[in-house]
Design a protein around this ligand. Structure first.
Ligand code: PLP
Length: 372
């Protein structure tokens, strides 16, 4: 192997494109607080994501945290989610003084198993926080039904689902709110950044207040807010990256198709599902290894690839109920599928400037153990 291959590699516009975008800031000296770049990006993202409203924020975690806070959920209330997610989802619940209740996931698409949600509902349950894991869309219809039946709020963690559509509709249009991450490692980024999409304008005003100290005017502070604004430099990066996103997703698709060609029909390897009615963003290529059928387990493949300078990610491993900060309160055996998937899954390298040759080399190494 000639070069190291990381698991992800942030896309950047040409330097001169970014410089042209930020040049005006040297004249206006308006560097943050919902300036022209912020306003323009807000408008363009609303269009691109096909959503009715969006609030831009400093990162995806604050999107989750503030979305839950803006719902004004009863302190100590229970929130049904899954342990197969990034730590942020669970921390956002706990930092709102709410209690995460873990539901198991589907073995096929790794999202919440909606058939198991109702068993977990009780009088303390106030919300569901499902995650569109790897951009795979949750069972939206079932979640809608359950939330109406029990009057629960639904806040989607859509950090992986930028640009994903379901039956032609933007994924951010579902539930009471959807939270996106624009972190440097995501399909679309603003270096650090995030957003909440929603339909209820009163809720949007709450988010705005929470992201800007509750300040309404120079002499008016309406509520106890935090600071989670997106600044003009990040909004500018977002404007640049948005010009190239369709081309980047097209390239990702090509790479993913190549992965499917090599790994799609191998006994003991489970590749990611292609969902019906879903326009994918090709954000991740997760693979599950079954040692009994394939001959090697996830950790062996992880180590083998590392020896050749190829870096993969055990994502998500461990599950949240096994974190040092949560394991005392939970038993990870209660969500056996999530636990099993986390032990078998490996996310393979995928980014726009990865080459098709790289994908072939990675697959060859997985399929044929080189002789010593
Ligand atoms: C990245 C991510 C977040 C957090 O987003 P940040 O922008 O990094 O704060 C939350 N949930 C999931 C599933 C993520 O992948």
């Amino acid at each position: 192997m000639q070069h190291n291959i990381p698991v992800t590699h942030s896309a950047l516009p040409e330097l001169k494109e970014y410089v042209a975008e930020i040049e005006g800031l040297w004249e206006s000296h308006r560097l943050t607080n919902m300036g022209v770049k912020h306003k323009l990006l807000q408008k363009k993202l609303c269009e691109y994501l096909s959503v009715s409203h969006i609030e831009l924020l400093t990162n995806g975690h604050m999107a989750l945290e503030l979305a839950m806070q803006a719902m004004k959920l009863q302190e100590g209330g229970e929130v049904i989610t899954t342990p197969f997610t990034f730590s942020s989802t669970i921390h956002a619940i706990v930092r709102n003084r709410l209690k995460p209740v873990f539901c198991d996931i589907n073995r096929e698409d790794y999202t919440i198993n909606t058939a198991k949600i109702e068993d977990l509902v009780n009088e303390k349950t106030c919300a569901i926080v499902p995650v569109h894991v790897y951009g795979n869309v949750c069972n939206l219809e079932e979640i809608e039904k359950i939330s109406q039946k029990y009057k629960l709020k639904v806040i989607y963690d859509a950090a992986h689902a930028f640009g994903v559509k379901y039956k032609g509709k933007g994924i951010g249009e579902f539930g009471d709110a959807s939270c996106f991450s624009f972190h440097a490692t995501k399909v679309y980024h603003t270096i650090e950044g995030g957003a909440v999409c929603y339909r209820n304008e009163k809720f949007g005003k709450q988010i705005y207040n929470l992201k800007n100290f509750g300040i309404q005017g120079p002499e008016e502070v309406e509520c106890v807010g935090a600071n989670a604004k997106m600044d003009e430099f990040r909004a500018s990066m977002g404007l640049c990256n948005l010009r190239h996103i369709d081309e980047q997703i097209r390239k990702r698709k090509e790479l993913v198709e190549r992965y499917y060609e090599y790994l799609g029909n191998v006994p003991g390897i489970q590749v990611n599902i292609k969902q019906k009615d879903v326009k994918s963003n090709y954000g991740y290529f997760p693979v599950l290894f079954d040692k009994e059928k394939f001959g090697y387990d996830r950790d062996e493949i992880f180590e083998r690839l590392k020896e050749y300078g190829i870096y993969t990610r055990k994502y998500f491993y461990p599950i949240a109920s096994e974190y040092a900060c949560y394991k005392k309160e939970y038993d990870s055996l209660m969500t056996p599928i999530a636990r099993e998937v986390s032990q078998k899954v490996l996310v393979l390298p995928l980014y726009t400037d990865l080459s098709l040759d790289d994908v072939e080399q990675i697959c060859e190494l997985i399929l044929n153990k080189p002789k010593e």
